[in-house]
Design a protein around this ligand. Sequence first.
Ligand SMILES: Cc1cc2nc3c(=O)[nH]c(=O)nc-3n(C[C@H](O)[C@H](O)[C@H](O)COP(=O)(O)OP(=O)(O)OC[C@H]3O[C@@H](n4cnc5c(N)ncnc54)[C@H](O)[C@@H]3O)c2cc1C
Length: 420
Amino acid sequence: MNTNIVEEQTADVIVIGGGPAGAATAFWLAMRGVSVIVLEKKQFPRDKTCGDGLTPRAVVELEAMGLQQMLDTQHKYNGLRAVAFGRSYELPWPSLSNYPNYGYVVRRSVLDQAVLERAAAVGATVLYHHEAVEATLASGQIQSLNVRNTATEETLRMTARIYVLAEGSNARIARSLGAHRNVAKPLGLAIRGYFETDRSRENWIESHLDLRDESGATIPGYGWIFPVGDGTANVGFGLLSNSARWRKTNTTNALARFVSQTQGAWHFPENRGVREATGGKLQMGLSVEPRSGPNFLMVGDAVASINPFNGEGISYGYETGRMAANAITQSLGTGDLQPVAGFTTALEKRYAGYYTAGTLFVMAISNPLLMSSGVWLAMRSKATMTPVVAIMANLMSGSTPERIEQIYRLTQRLQERQTG
Ligand SMILES: Cc1cc2nc3c(=O)[nH]c(=O)nc-3n(C[C@H](O)[C@H](O)[C@H](O)COP(=O)(O)OP(=O)(O)OC[C@H]3O[C@@H](n4cnc5c(N)ncnc54)[C@H](O)[C@@H]3O)c2cc1C
């Protein structure tokens, strides 16, 4: 036990981490009058390694949190330009009743600060420079947290009725509670940098789906160019690192190769941007377990909520944060901790079907031959590629079973074409 503990602070709920998942949890709790403290170890604005791409799923959550004005100042786009095998299709986001048909590209320094400040504006207490360093447990419950003030080096003891772990993918406290990744499930590695371009105000984000390594072999992943609207584009490269072969890939070299391939079309300046590029891992498909305990639950990357189909995680951070706030409000209202303890089930109910399909898809494309032939088939026509992109972005109409049915039908169609 640390001997320099100087202060004790308490709230109904403590949220560890002020990224998308933590900020959304705090926003929805504060909106319902719950006393909530957010511990964020950094001072915002801070950068976060990301592609900065917001799909309609993220937009709908940001609009629900009252952030339309912030979005109005950012770069709006209409859909995805898919590029592979010498073809290129501009695929608008689908028109659905529950999602808008546009997205934005927003630097995380801007986005995360806006959402966390919004949570503070509706009543959450946000403590920057506060890092949760240790959880004290009794009978599986968190009793208290030791929190280091990274500016003063003081340690505080903090207590709450319920704790939310929104620490991102390097979830130290979650790990100390036994949370671990199921290594049989997919893991991604991604790297990105900013590159100057005169095409930065374009209304399409771009994905390149037939990337090759230096030997010419297909890489299971994709390269992206997301115009930011400020004279730059976020250019990145992500791959599945399940097999030993791809785990050894030098992502900086792969990004450099991708940049040189696209340099002519996007007018990137020579030799700039790759050295400053930073990377991170993508834990996907709810691969972390356990996801909740008697008086705590996990959200966002801490629980691997990234969509295995496309590596998108911001919207799922917002969504799982909102779900967590619902469960917590219910528990605080009734005094029954079951909705918190059973949060795992709520997550599974909402995502397991789609994420299981995503996990199978990802496992299949880890095989370069399947990846290459699948992309080749899908890219034969715009009519085939349009539903593929809608499925991969989880932008389908209907209920979850209907969506799974759609994925199944599409896979069947692709198989039929392959054999027929
Ligand atoms: C290269 C790359 C590109 C990506 N591109 C996209 C994209 O274009 N679109 C998309 O939707 N997703 C993308 N993602 C995924 C996305 O970045 C994550 O899914 C998202 O950031 C998850 O949000 P989060 O709140 O769970 O975690 P984070 O954003 O990681 O936030 C966690 C926060 O917790 C704080 N923290 C951590 N530990 C503690 C502690 N002990 N005490 C206090 N504070 C703590 C951290 O400082 C951080 O601010 C990308 C990821 C990578 C690596």
